[in-house]
Design a protein around this ligand. Structure first.
Ligand code: PLP
Length: 229
């Protein structure tokens, strides 16, 4: 494995984000960065922390809980961005600040019931299958409003917005279209849920398109921590 320079990578990424914000007239630092550390060792997470990074994303529940527990004294913000299984909700409810991937009421209810009382409400996003891929996780766009209404009523969850992983493509126009559809969907929801403020979209390969269409949180892994095996 080649050496990865997390500090350099983060500095370059921050410039890239700033340029993308500026290109579309968005305010500096209006896009939050979740550093996706899945499969990567704690040593690389510490290198990102040393560079000022506070928000980390993980895909696998067991790994997410272990890393959050190991670094609990540092006041980091842990984001769960992988598929949520019922038998993992308790651990996630106790260790995460955010879960981006709620797509069923059953999972939302479990997270709500299991969120410890001494912690603030758990931030959640609804995952949308925006490219309508048959194999993909996430809600079809036409089911988002109904689930949002239910989740917004759960007192130990704080519904923040929507998340998507569009079908991968190098075509910038296609990237923009999927993210624009997400922006439109959030806008519609905000007519009844004005407190929603989050669009979690954009990764290493498409973050410029996501920022152009209003992403408020991007989730970047390989461009910070190197390719995964
Ligand atoms: C792995 C992953 C990312 C990061 O992807 P990169 O291409 O490595 O930047 C973002 N979001 C989700 C949901 C992921 O699973």
């Amino acid at each position: 494995m080649s050496e990865v320079n997390v500090s350099d990578n983060l500095k370059k990424l921050r410039l890239r984000i700033a340029k993308a914000e500026q290109a579309v007239g968005r305010a500096p630092n209006s896009v939050g960065l979740v550093a996706v550390s899945k499969t990567k060792p704690i040593s690389l997470i510490r290198a990102a922390i040393a560079e000022g990074q506070r928000a980390f994303g993980e895909n696998y529940a067991q790994e997410a809980i272990e890393k959050a527990t190991a670094l609990a004294d540092l006041g980091l913000e842990w984001h769960f961005i992988g598929p949520v299984q019922s038998n993992k909700t308790q651990g996630l409810a106790g260790a995460m600040s955010w879960v981006h991937t709620v797509d069923r009421l059953k999972i939302a209810r479990r997270l709500n019931d299991q969120r410890p009382e001494n912690m603030p409400a758990l931030n959640v996003c609804l995952q949308v299958n925006i490219s309508q891929e048959t194999s993909k996780a996430g809600l079809p766009p036409d089911q988002v409003a109904a689930l949002a209404r239910e989740v917004a009523g759960l007192p130990r969850l704080r519904l923040r917005g929507l998340m998507a992983i569009p079908a991968p493509t190098d075509n910038t126009l296609e990237q923009r279209q999927a993210f624009a559809d997400m922006r439109e969907l959030l806008l519609q929801l905000k007519s009844t849920l004005p407190e929603l403020d989050t669009l979690s979209m954009g990764m290493s390969g498409d973050l410029e398109a996501a920022i152009a269409e209003g992403a408020t949180l991007i989730r970047v892994g390989s461009d910070i921590f190197g390719a995964r095996n």
